[in-house]
Design a protein around this ligand. Sequence first.
Ligand SMILES: Nc1ncnc2c1ncn2[C@@H]1O[C@H](COP(=O)(O)OP(=O)(O)OP(=O)(O)O)[C@@H](O)[C@H]1O
Length: 495
Amino acid sequence: MPSRILIADDEPLFRTTTAKLLEQAGYECECVADADAAMAKLRAESFDLVLSDLNMPGNFQLELLRDQHENRRGVPIVVVTGVPSLPTAIDSIRLGIADYLLKPVKLDDLLVSVRRALAGASRDRTAAPPQRDRTELARLFPRLIGASPPMLELYEALDRIAATNTNVLITGESGTGKEVVAEALHEHSHRSGGPFQIIDCTAVPESLFEAMLFGHKKGAFTGAVADSEGLLKQCDGGTAFFDELGELPLPLQAKLLRAVQQQTFTPVGSQKTVSVDTRFVCATNRDLAAEVDAGRFRQDLYYRLGVIHVELPPLRERGDDVHLLADRFLEELKPKDSPVRGFSEAAAAVLKRYRWPGNIRELRNVIERSVVLARGELIEPQDFPEDVRTAAATDPPADASPRAAGADGAVTKRVPAPEGSHDSDGGGPAGVRLTLSPDLPRNEAMRLAENQYLVHLLREHGGNVSAAAQRAGLSRQGLHKIIKQHDIDVAQFRR
Ligand SMILES: Nc1ncnc2c1ncn2[C@@H]1O[C@H](COP(=O)(O)OP(=O)(O)OP(=O)(O)O)[C@@H](O)[C@H]1O
């Protein structure tokens, strides 16, 4: 029996040509033009796979994907989109998306993706593997330390992404481990036998970037004394990791776009096109969506490189991971003859309480220094830098962070505006004033305060999340996450 594929897309030409190609490959296809028709078909008939557009009538809030996830587990969805407004990798796992493809889709890519999704689904049906436990998940990525809920979700996402060829954008605050995660992804993928090439977009002067990336012919410019194949060719069969992608100047973005789209490029001074087979993994601390809005980053390149978006959690949202990491760094950094064997209880409490603005890199530096200063077998608080001790004593504890409340994916309910709260100046976020009863549990009071803050922030910016995020000093994705935790409907603030 041929596998049955439901194609849901509002572009008639895409529907007919894709159905024809898949039928030639031996599949049976049905086509519909919107999400409602797709849901009706899925209720009435049986399908093995759904190939779905993202932006089509009835699916602007991913309704088809949510319905599919809630009611018909087991039928994989491959998303094909021309204008991505993609969920993050972790959201997509929650929604059961097997793969993303960007239009125009190459036939080979489509067939590989469809076959893989069908094979994965039939494996799931026949073997019904038990849910992986924490240890099993953590064991998949031995170089990544962490067992907190956001990290376990990350491992699960990386495991699935590694099986695809899709480009990946990794974001997160400085020092959260973007480079380490990119390398772990490479090592876990079928490309692990090939090279992992780091290309730091800030390290190469603009004038040399093209030649460094694409190579050059001898004599192409002053100083080109021999042919060079360039960094991209050196990633053939492997992964190209572009670090600090947000810093890449616009003219270079245009050149990179062609290489990403076509996997071909022309070395400087050459007439010949060179092909390369590489996966592009990029990292940035910047909010690239906001950079696109500001005209500093090309939208087409953003879509191509950010097909899957992985956002790394800051250390302060990773619970006890701080202790796992501290123990590992201590082992790694202490001299062989050092008597130090651990942290005192007071020191462990400081590590947990401090909010780590520089994330894992800062933690590593602090441990490195404290090993040198420690006088006994245990590291004590006085071995930490003074600013760490002071901040840990005065900041709210990291675990009470409002952002941490939903970090394990727990569903949070809408928090109503607190009774008796008032906003005396009626102004923006800076003027939010609340009266919260001290009878409230502290966590609840903090959530209510945050809820009010978000309402004022979004009202002031007319529901524009990018502008609101900028004002709040957060990334757009970060603010979206918090808004989602509070179940706030942004549309109500749009003017
Ligand atoms: N999960 C992890 N397990 C162990 N070590 C980690 C982990 N994540 C990060 N590190 C360590 O933390 C430091 C910072 O990591 P990395 O350079 O990957 O961060 P980054 O997010 O790329 O930083 P930046 O944005 O500044 O480039 C490195 O020393 C790295 O080895």
